[in-house]
Design a protein around this ligand. Structure first.
Ligand SMILES: [Zn+2]
Length: 209
């Protein structure tokens, strides 16, 4: 998923008087976060309302450690082997944080290093609205930084996702209605009944649009 970077590495502000140790991404709460490499869960932390709140530290194959912070849910545990793309948990707004976001940090030999080269990959491996629906049952979307992203969100991208999820939830109702239509039309002719069912599903889809 294309995500907006809201805080850069090394930035000094009132939240990070000693400099920001990672990158922040504007990611909505409940978005699945995935490991950018194979690795092993080094630590699962929960600092309460301090620091990165709930977080996961993954020791990647190359020896660096990726830190995912401010999460709402964590699906992995210490010592667990992780494959690239595996879901670690859901993003959130825990810890010392003013808005829902993902903090991603990188450590090498115990020192923070700049994770910016991995930023695109971290974003790519964060879930889409469809993913969020699968995990949380809602499809509200992120702010997109590009004009194209905005158009996509506001037009068909958003609509297709909503349409698919709405159609799936309306499916039982459509099935019942089409069964009734089938029964009624069947009194006249079999092919009439078949078309009745098809038209019911098409009209149902149009109603959802
Ligand atoms: Zn941060």
């Amino acid at each position: 998923m294309k995500v907006r970077i809201t805080g850069r590495y090394g930035e000094v502000d009132y939240l990070h008087p000693k400099g920001h140790t990672g990158i922040d991404f504007g990611i909505e709460e409940g978005t699945p976060l995935r490991s950018v490499f194979d690795g092993v869960v080094e630590k699962v932390v929960d600092y309460g309302s301090e620091n990165i709140g709930k977080g996961v530290l993954v020791r990647f194959e190359d020896g660096t450690t990726g830190i995912y912070g401010h999460m709402s849910k964590i699906f992995v545990e210490k010592g667990q082997k992780i494959t690239e793309g595996q879901t670690l948990g859901l993003s959130g707004n825990t810890g010392f944080s003013t808005a829902e976001h993902l903090h991603f940090g990188l450590k090498e030999n115990g020192h923070f290093i700049d994770p910016t080269p991995l930023a695109d990959k971290v974003g790519e491996y964060a879930g889409s609205a469809w993913d969020r629906f699968l995990y949380n049952g809602n499809v509200t979307n992120n702010d997109y930084p590009t004009v194209w992203g905005w158009i996509y969100e506001k037009t068909f991208g958003n609509r297709i996702e909503h349409f698919v999820t709405d159609y799936i939830s309306a499916f039982p109702l459509l099935a019942v209605v089409s069964l009734g239509v089938f029964g009624l039309c069947n009194m006249f002719s079999r092919s009439f009944a078949k078309w009745g069912v098809i038209i019911t599903f098409i009209l149902g889809g149009l109603a959802i649009l």
